[in-house]
Design a protein around this ligand. Sequence first.
Ligand SMILES: Cc1cc2nc3c(=O)[nH]c(=O)nc-3n(C[C@H](O)[C@H](O)[C@H](O)COP(=O)(O)OP(=O)(O)OC[C@H]3O[C@@H](n4cnc5c(N)ncnc54)[C@H](O)[C@@H]3O)c2cc1C
Length: 461
Amino acid sequence: MTDDTQAAPTDLVILGGGSGGYAAALRAAELDLSVVLIERDKLGGTCLHYGCIPTKALLHAAEVADSAREGEQFGVKTSLHGIDMTGVNSYKDGVTARLYKGLQGLVKSRKITYVEGDGRLVSPTAVEVDGRRYEGRHILLATGSYARTLPGLDIDGQRIITSDHALRLERVPESVVILGGGVIGCEFASVWRSFGAEVTIVEALPHLVPLEEESSSKLLERAFRKRGIKYELGVKFTGAEHAEHGVKVSLDSGKTIEAELLLVAVGRGPTSANLGYEEAGVAMERGFVTTDEYCRTNVETISAVGDLIPTLQLAHVGFAEGILVAERLAGLPVVPIDYFGVPRITYSEPEVASVGMTRAQAEQAGHEVVEMTYDLAGNGKSQILRTAGSVKLIAAKDGPVLGVHMVGSRVGELIAEAQLICNWEALPGEVAALIHPHPTMSEAVGEAHLALAGKPLHAHG
Ligand SMILES: Cc1cc2nc3c(=O)[nH]c(=O)nc-3n(C[C@H](O)[C@H](O)[C@H](O)COP(=O)(O)OP(=O)(O)OC[C@H]3O[C@@H](n4cnc5c(N)ncnc54)[C@H](O)[C@@H]3O)c2cc1C
């Protein structure tokens, strides 16, 4: 890696080396643009170091713990002797370290100038790092996001924590209250329950994973209840104070819950304060940088991508936006991203996966909607795995599939097919004609389409 002051302006100066920033850097370099990539922490950003990858490693360790605990169900004599968090963390950190090394190698091999340090936008065409100025014909803002909290709720990193602290915990807490029943809250609830903790989720909206189709939320709630994960829905948090052995959390229902830890998972805010954005004239809304569908800000020389802009806060969205910007700047033809076509997964046990529209969104878009729910009870592989859930299809009457919504162990792996179905606007009959391998969970996707096409196979009712 190099840390150079530049003489001539670069084609593209990127502020932030997370999913959005580094994807743009890699693609731009591939297209022969000169690139400076500025990062103050670690190349790879939230996803690699504090998000997707470490949480999924924890979730895998949780699955191994469940398998050990539940072996007898399958006639295998196993038992869970405990969780060694040092071992879990070293496995998790090992995964991140290998990917980090690979990414550093990629950036180096594409001749990207990597600059370590805190950057600040000082003009529509320049970023300053430690007194050095990096001029670019174009600037990409990709400074990502941070874990939000609520007014009056102080994150102390000990008893009241965010996902950043949760990923560094060196013990399994005995009990946790999780504020926020979105993706991050549900994933940590799942991990800690598998590791043996008492978990209560507090969600102000009426359901867990409230952005999902309501039936998916309800299936997740049922599965969590069976796993002993408690939740308080439709109630607001009113305060938290230190108690003798942890925290006492008060709710507007009058209830109080005591736990060793309070995880605050109420969403992520854009990292945009004091970075010179306003001074350069970049339009913003609630701290998010606003862009058009080509990720262009109102300033001609400045684009923005990732969690910093008000699109879906997902790593693969950041990748896609970064690539779009690089290709646009290189003069390639680009098309705007269809955000309904982006797959979304909550990697809890069970998983929740979806792509396309919910029923409400499809109706709001003016479609006459038909739906079909295929229960995993009819799917051989799901029975082998002992998982419950469903594949639900939302389709236009006599038209294409508009949305696929799934719940069950491992359904995240099925979303790639569902994504092709929705994005290629396949008709139910076209998918029904495709043979799915038996016995796999992917058959449930095929069976749901067979049923919607009027020729159900392993489906009751
Ligand atoms: C716990 C958790 C789990 C998640 N799990 C998933 C998942 O499973 N799948 C998924 O798709 N998404 C997941 N996400 C979301 C995903 O991590 C983000 O959507 C993604 O990282 C956004 O990429 P980004 O490039 O916009 O921002 P970031 O990854 O946050 O990168 C921004 C970078 O900019 C740097 N930066 C900021 N300011 C400056 C500055 N002034 N100078 C220099 N550098 C600066 C930061 O250090 C950071 O590295 C998860 C997030 C969390 C928190």
